[in-house]
Design a protein around this ligand. Sequence first.
Ligand code: MSP
Length: 512
Amino acid sequence: MTKAFYVTTPIYYVNDAPHIGHAYTTVAGDVLTRWRRQRQEDVFYLTGTDEHGTKVERTARDNGVEPQEWASKLVEESWKPVLDTIDAANDDFIRTTSDRHRIGVQKFWETLKENGYVYEADFEGPYCVGCEEFKRAGDLVDGKCPIHDRPVEMLHETNYFFKLAAFQDRLLEHYERHPAAVEPKSAYNEVVSFIRGGLDDISMSRSSVSWGVPLPWDEEQVVYVWFDALLNYITAIGYGQDQEKFDSIWPANVHLVGKDILRFHAVYWPAMLMAADLPLPEKVFAHGWLLVGGEKMSKSKLTGISPDQIIDDFGSDAFRYYFLRAIQFGQDGSFSWEDMAARYTSELANGLGNLASRATAMIGKYREGVLPEPGDYANADLALQELLVAAAERADAAMLQLDFSTGILAIKEFVDAVNVYVTEQEPWVLAKDEESAQRLDTVLYTICESLRAIAVLYHPVMPKSSVKIWESLGAAGELAEQAVTDVATWGQLAPGSTVTKGAALFPRLETT
Ligand code: MSP
């Protein structure tokens, strides 16, 4: 049995509705998932919601409802629907309030306690509810959490502790042996230097909180929300309940996370897994923040933009395309409506959309909607075929490395090259001369065949428009099943197929 390639997003707090920062992570994971599926790989893609903890509990009570009711309402009305809005092709959705999760969490911590990694002690320290994290004095700026710019709360509790310090050497050894286990490099360096700085044991339970998973050996306490949430990655795939399923998916190949939650994923999580004798994830990739006005976009600072606000005007494909194209994955990036509109118009409407409509319109006009058989290829045609080989290889290598902007750029540059080819070959001139009929056939075929390849390559990024292109070319089979690794094999479109011109893929923006 081959193991599935396992991709995860963080599970999202349900204290509020999703904004585009959340959708960004999910879209990135989705493009990676769809790309690999089109390499004929079996991919398991997981997302979900983090529903316990003080932040969610307080928000619910502030709104006069029980946390469970609040969480379910947000999940059903906001978090699940947004996945449809952005076209996410996830295989499962895990909620931390589900039975399967609770059972797995209790089993996991029971195991760690049996393995001798949990003990009881007194604890006092500053806690940031925004981060759901105890802070160290050195983390604070003017007594406030620098991420949330809010005062921390002093907590004093008798808690159970996880022996994190016991894993310092093993973690360092692991990262020395696997330099690509955390990416990008800056994130790797941050993790290694944090571990080198020394690890303290860490409280894994809360006695003053009731909204959580009860400890199996002490019902008065609940599992600390992060040590409940991280376990979603294994509870969703059968940990403690369906060993066969678990073995066919674990370990994760890529945990996608924002850089603010790197430490949890690259320090605490592998230590927890070591303590349970489970294999470690292959990679944690920390992406940057979407910034508005130079600051991390957030609902609490009222800078949150919902995905719908953009998708209503631009469509889900342009949304998916824009964020991965415009921002180097791993770096911060600023969002602006002007940049979004500019790229939409130049790259999608004028670039790809125009190519698709010109190509299909010319087959209608010059060949009555039937794809012609190509004749001998001239140098310009062969050069385009070679460009396609290079573009497909470059896109594949980049996508596998999660370098989405380079991957998309490689495809976009091929689109540009095809547009230049159309302009240079002047099919409208060839159409005027009966003696050039065969040359026109070859040129038209070359354009449509290039468009076929573009549809295959863009499908993971823009699932809707690429299917429209595919169908308008009269191409056979399901687009989702076309291998990106075989895309440059020339001549896959069958001459004689019916080509139709559909509505504009990327309608011009209305200027208001
Ligand atoms: N519940 C935890 C994660 C637990 S995973 C076991 C959490 N949730 S969150 O809803 O606050 O954030 C989820 C993800 O959204 C994080 O990766 C975070 O980095 C990302 N983003 C939140 N705001 C963001 C931006 N403005 N820009 C980009 N990503 C951002 O943390």
